[in-house]
Design a binder for this molecule. Structure first.
Ligand code: CA
Length: 233
């Protein structure tokens, strides 16, 4: 059984037989998955779905895997998404080029599906937040989802429900830049009609609550893009 909080893996593969093997195995291992069959479609789906990980075939029609990878790794809102590249045996020069474009891992075809899934799991463990219910930490901020409690430097921080959900979103992916639209999707829900400026108001309230006693501001405003929780505050 899969649920909304299970990791979503996007498979980008143009060979139907390979795609079928991957979707079958990921599904049976409890991953949510989606697929695209060329590079252009992949980019559209990534914007829409915000997958937790991408398995990206090297040789694709329309836009190559390398180009998709390069574009994703140059964008603030997608560069955090881990990418595993599938490449044919012996393409060593491609391997090097792939690392330069920022791919996170490589699997050489023909590969063992079991091994690929093991790598997917390992990568998600590194990049995904702790399991549901585990305490999130960032600097001196701690968020305990079970007790619905936020502490900073040992002091309890009282937050409204919207500010609490905003902080949870930020703390799940520190360093990631969230656009206001993405925050609305995550915090208020896909179907809500929330003004973009409403996001600013709630981020402002969250800041005020977190930064009492002149504590350093952990929320970075990224001009023209949105907000992130930043390590270099
Ligand atoms: Ca291919």
């Amino acid at each position: 059984m899969t649920g909304a909080s299970d990791p979503l893996v996007l498979i980008v593969e143009d060979e139907p037989a390979q795609l079928e093997v991957l979707t079958y195995n990921l599904g049976s291992q409890g991953f949510r998955h989606a697929h695209a069959v060329d590079g252009e479609e992949a980019l559209l789906m990534i914007d829409e779905l915000q997958p937790d990980l991408i398995i990206l075939d090297w040789m694709l029609p329309s836009l190559s895997g390398i180009e998709v990878c390069r574009r994703l790794k140059s964008r603030n809102d997608t560069k955090h998404i881990p990418i595993i590249i599938l490449t044919a045996r012996g393409e060593e020069t491609d391997r090097v080029r792939g690392l330069e474009t920022g791919a996170d891992d490589y699997v050489v075809k023909p590969y063992s599906v079991k091994e690929l899934i093991a790598r997917v799991r390992a990568m998600l463990r590194r990049t995904r937040p702790a399991g549901v219910g585990e305490t999130l930490e960032f600097g001196d901020i701690r968020l305990d989802p079970e007790q619905h409690k936020v502490m900073r430097g040992g002091r309890t921080i009282r937050l409204g429900p919207t500010e609490y959900r905003l902080l949870t979103t930020f703390m799940e992916k520190p360093g990631r830049v969230w656009s206001r639209e993405q925050l609305i999707d995550r915090v208020w829900g896909h179907d809500s009609y929330v003004d973009l400026r409403t996001v600013d108001v709630h981020v402002g309230r969250l800041r005020k609550a977190l930064n009492r006693n002149n504590a350093a501001d952990p929320i970075r405003t990224v001009r023209g893009e949105g907000y992130s929780l930043d390590l270099e505050y």
